[in-house]
Design a binder for this molecule. Structure first.
Ligand code: NDP
Ligand code: HSE
Length: 439
């Protein structure tokens, strides 16, 4: 059988990794796919650099639409990143009847519903394993491996850059800016690293997993997002003293609120008991913990970013698409796991309605009665305390009081924090970090 022809859009960190791994393992990949997979065209901005990677024999062009419109190309691999240009390119590729592979979670989190509908209509595949957790085959696991289950929750460390920064800060005492720079040099960070550190990239990935896990549309605009830029080294240290690690966690789960069934969709720094496997995921590694009714808990772990780990997922998609290219479109695995006409509209619950535990750090003047005031406010709000720690942050005058609470609704803790901040002994804002036992 003739090799399937692939056009690559972008040959940066992931694009170059894809080209190199495909070259290196081409014989095994051909034996698995049933036919060869050949990159015959590449679009890049820096043509000389691109030619340096692919050598002679591969056409390098400056206009990515030349690839998307080329009649010989069967699969378009979008590895440019961003929103607008990839949106136009992917829709054009679909309209031209080409299958698409992309690592672009931003694109799918924002435009996934439109893109999957267009692909369905045209009978082509859009594959996106690399968009979530880099080389970890979590899309395959959620969409196919766990297909017998009712999935209850998905919680994961799904941004390599922030996990790398938190690990470097905790283990080596590096400052935030130095750790971020290292993550950028290692090729983990997004072109705009604020997407990583402010939790947006993790929210993109979580949004995609939520749709697949629960059979709901992709709804990035409803995600609650809080990054790690406000996190202080002393909170990382206090958490450790209390037996916890702080991780940027994406959590999506079925829940019940006063108004009925809903889905939580949230990304924020989270205290996790230090003994949990997921609390020990360090560096750019990713891990996703899935709770499902039949299988129970399962954990998926591996390299969440970087050139060849991500290329591994891109090529797995290329093999899938190659194997299924001639199959009746109705026999393929649906893009979001559920048949398009079987999606539900269970609402994403507002953040005020979620239930979790909390770490509160209150910076106070060292005065008699301040602890009693804090515990009274929490008790009045029906919030019970799990642990208390009192520390001198170094100024010899004031104190940090750290309280871990049991579970309560977010709106209750917000109301209690408002009252705490009005106490005369309290200085500045209360630091609040959510805590999940992941039991
Ligand atoms: P890079 O910035 O390293 O690569 C992007 C490439 O796209 C560059 O080669 C760039 O060319 C090229 N490009 C930009 N604009 C155009 C254009 N108009 N026409 C043609 N080529 C263009 O990004 P990554 O490889 O890191 O990321 C690619 C995608 O993969 C993103 O969506 C990212 O979110 C996703 N991803 C990245 C991971 C990682 O670990 N890096 C992991 C998982 C997903 P030039 O070099 O000439 O500017
Ligand atoms: N910037 C992303 C991360 C790349 O750090 O996880 C992988 O999606």
């Amino acid at each position: 059988m003739k090799p399937i022809k692939v056009g690559l859009l972008g040959i940066g960190t992931v694009g170059a990794g894809t080209f190199n791994v495909l070259q290196r393992n081409q014989e095994d990949i051909r034996r698995r796919a049933g036919r060869g997979i050949e990159i015959t065209m590449v679009a890049a901005r820096n043509l000389e650099k691109a030619r340096g990677i692919v050598g002679a024999g591969v056409e390098v062009v400056g206009d990515p639409f030349a690839v998307v419109d080329h009649p010989d190309i069967d699969i378009v691999v979008e590895l440019i990143g961003g929103y607008e240009l990839p949106h136009a390119l992917v829709l054009k590729a679909i309209a031209n009847g080409k299958h698409v592979v992309t690592a672009n979670k931003a694109l799918l989190a924002l435009h996934g519903n439109e893109i999957f509908a267009a692909a369905q209509e045209k009978g082509v595949m859009v594959a996106f394993e690399a968009a979530v957790a880099g080389g970890v085959p979590i899309i395959k696991a959620l969409r196919e491996g766990l297909t017998a289950n009712r999935i209850e929750s998905v919680a994961g460390i799904i941004n390599g850059t922030t996990n790398f920064i938190l690990s470097e800060m905790r283990e080596k005492g590096l400052d935030f800016a130095t750790a971020l720079q290292q993550a950028q040099e290692l090729g983990y960070a997004e072109a705009d690293p604020t997407f990583d550190i402010e939790g947006v990239d993790a929210a993109h990935k979580l949004t995609i997993m939520s749709a697949i896990a629960f059979g709901i549309p992709v709804q990035f605009d409803k995600a609650y997002i809080e990054g790690i830029s406000q996190l202080q080294a002393r909170d990382i240290s206090y958490a450790e003293q209390l037996g916890y690690r702080i991780k940027l966690l994406g959590i999506t789960r079925r829940t019940h609120t006063e108004s009925g069934e809903g889905i939580e969709l949230r990304v924020h720094p989270t205290l996790i008991p230090a003994g949990r496997l997921i609390a020990n995921v360090e560096g750019a590694m990713n891990a996703v913990l899935v709770q499902a009714d039949a299988v129970g808990a399962s954990l998926y772990y591996g390299k969440g970013a970087g050139s060849e780990p991500t290329a591994s997922a891109v090529i797995a998609d290329l093999v899938d698409v190659t194997r299924l290219a001639t199959v009746d479109p109705y026999c393929r695995v649906p893009h979001l796991a559920f048949q398009p006409n079987e999606m539900t509209d269970v609402a994403i619950v507002p953040m005020a309605e979620i239930t979790t535990s909390y770490y509160l750090r209150v910076y106070v003047k060292d005065q008699l009665g301040v602890m009693a005031d804090l515990t009274r406010i929490l008790a009045d709000a029906g919030i019970s305390i799990d642990a208390v720690l009192q520390k001198e942050p170094g100024d010899q005058v004031n104190l940090d009081i750290i309280l871990l609470t049991h579970q309560t609704r977010e709106k209750n803790i917000i109301a209690a924090i408002e009252k705490i901040e009005k106490l005369p002994a309290v200085i500045g804002k209360v630091t609040r970090i959510r805590l999940e036992t992941l039991a």
